[in-house]
Design a protein around this ligand. Structure first.
Ligand SMILES: NC(=O)c1ccc[n+]([C@@H]2O[C@H](COP(=O)([O-])OP(=O)(O)OC[C@H]3O[C@@H](n4cnc5c(N)ncnc54)[C@H](OP(=O)(O)O)[C@@H]3O)[C@@H](O)[C@H]2O)c1
Length: 331
C-alpha cells in the first residue's frame, strides 16, 4: 500500500467483478493489481482485459500475495463467508459483495474475525454510498419533514429462467431475497432499524430458491414498511418514503445513481437529479472503503458492522418465516 492508493485484488472474476474493476479505474485512491480465479486462464483473460498486472490461478495465491492490500470478494453468496474469513486471517482488508453471507451466524463470525485480526471488513452495499441515497438519509435524519410514517420499497426484475444459473441455484445462495431483496431490506432497516414484527409471503422455484416475496415490517406507533422483491417479473424498482410532512420518492431504479422527488403535497415536488454519466456508481463505495483502509480503520461509518448485522437479522427472520434454507449453511 502506498500512502495514497490501496492495491486491490479481485476474487471471483465474474459479472460484478467487471463493474468493480471498471469503476476502480476511475477512483484515485484505488488500483486493481491482481485478479484471482479458480482457473488460471480465466484469471489471465480477466487481467488482460483490464490491464491488471497479476493473474492468480487460485484464490489462496491472492490471499497470500504481498502485492495486495485488500480483496474484493465477488463470488456467489454461499462462498462469501468462507473466503472472507480466509482473507481476513491472511490480514487482507475485505470488501465483500452483498448479501454479506447466508445468515446472521456467518456475518457475526466474519465481523468477529475482522475485529480479532484488526482488519477492515465492509459489506459492498454500494447503494449506501450513492449521492442520491446519502441525500435521502440526510433529509430523513434532519427531521425537516417529520418522522417516517411508512415506506414502500421494491426491487424486482425478470431474470432468464435457468435453473442452473446462480440466481436459481440453492447451493450458490440463489433466490430473490439474497440477490435483490437485500436492497430494500437494507434501506428499510437502515432508515427504521430492526422491526418489532415481520410478516411474509414468498413463492419458490422447483430448485428451492425463492422467486418473489412480499415482506411487511411493523414498527412502534403503527409505522410500517412494505418490501417487494422478485426475479420473475420486472417491477417498479421505486422507493417511497412517506413522512409526516412530505413524501420522498427515490426514482427508478432507486438502488443505482438516481433522481429523487420531494413531494410537499400530493402533486408538487422538487426534483433532484443524482444520475451520473461516465460512471457506473460503484466508484463511491470503492473510494470510501479505500479511504478507510488507508486510514487504518476496520469498518466504515456509513455501512458499519452493526448495519450489516441488523440487515442480516431481518433477512434471517424472513428466511425462517418463508422456509428458505440453504444446504450446508442452515440447520
Ligand atoms: N451481477 C450483478 O449485477 C451484481 C450486482 C451487485 C452485486 N452482485 C453480487 O456479486 C456477487 C457475485 O455475483 P455475479 O453476478 O458477479 O456472479 P457470477 O458472475 O455468477 O460469479 C462470480 C464468480 O464467482 C466465482 N466462483 C467461485 N466459486 C464459485 C462456484 N462454486 N460457482 C460459481 N462461481 C464461483 C467464479 O469465478 P472463478 O470460477 O473464475 O473463480 C465466478 O466468475 C453476488 O454476491 C451478487 O449478489 C452482483
Amino acid at each position: 500500500m502506498t500512502d495514497k492508493q490501496v492495491r486491490w485484488g479481485v476474487l471471483g472474476p465474474g459479472k460484478i467483478a467487471r463493474k468493480f474493476t471498471e469503476a476502480a479505474s476511475r477512483v484515485n485512491n484505488a488500483k486493481v493489481v491482481a485478479a484471482a480465479s479458480r482457473n488460471k486462464e480465466r484469471a489471465q483473460e480477466f487481467a488482460d482485459k483490464y490491464s491488471i498486472p497479476i493473474a492468480y490461478g487460485s484464490y489462496e495465491e491472492l490471499m497470500e500475495s504481498s502485492e495486495v492490500d485488500a480483496i474484493y470478494i465477488a463470488t456467489p453468496h454461499s462462498y462469501h463467508y468462507k473466503y472472507a474469513i480466509a482473507c481476513l486471517k491472511h490480514k487482507k482488508a475485505v470488501l465483500c459483495e452483498k448479501a454479506l453471507a447466508i445468515n446472521l451466524k456467518e456475518v457475526k463470525e466474519m465481523i468477529e474475525t475482522a475485529k480479532a485480526e484488526k482488519v477492515f471488513l465492509m459489506e459492498a452495499m454500494w447503494s449506501r454510498f450513492l449521492p442520491s441515497i446519502k441525500r435521502v438519509v440526510e433529509l430523513v435524519n434532519s427531521g425537516e419533514y417529520g418522522k417516517i410514517v411508512s415506506i414502500q420499497s421494491d426491487f424486482g426484475f425478470k431474470a432468464p429462467v435457468d435453473l442452473n444459473n446462480r440466481l436459481y441455484n440453492i447451493e450458490l445462495g440463489g433466490g430473490a431475497l439474497l440477490d435483490v431483496g437485500v436492497y430494500p431490506v437494507f434501506l428499510v432497516s437502515y432508515l427504521l432499524g430492526k422491526p418489532v414484527n415481520i410478516l411474509t409471503s414468498a413463492s419458490f422455484a422447483e430448485t428451492g430458491a425463492d422467486t418473489q416475496g412480499t415482506f411487511i415490517f411493523e414498527y412502534d406507533k403503527g409505522v410500517q414498511a412494505a418490501i417487494t422483491t422478485s426475479i420473475i417479473s420486472d417491477s417498479s424498482i421505486i422507493t417511497q418514503i412517506n413522512l409526516e410532512k412530505a413524501r420522498i420518492e427515490i426514482c427508478r431504479p432507486w438502488y443505482q445513481p438516481s433522481a429523487i422527488k420531494i413531494y410537499s403535497d400530493r402533486f408538487n415536488y422538487q426534483y433532484e437529479d443524482y444520475k451520473v454519466s461516465g460512471q457506473n456508481g460503484y466508484e463511491y463505495e470503492i473510494e470510501a472503503a479505500s479511504t478507510d483502509i488507508l486510514n487504518g480503520k476496520t469498518e466504515n461509518e456509513l455501512m458499519s458492522h452493526q448495519d450489516s448485522l441488523t440487515l442480516m437479522e431481518c433477512m434471517d427472520t424472513i428466511r425462517k418465516q418463508i422456509g428458505l434454507k440453504y444446504p450446508g449453511h442452515d440447520d
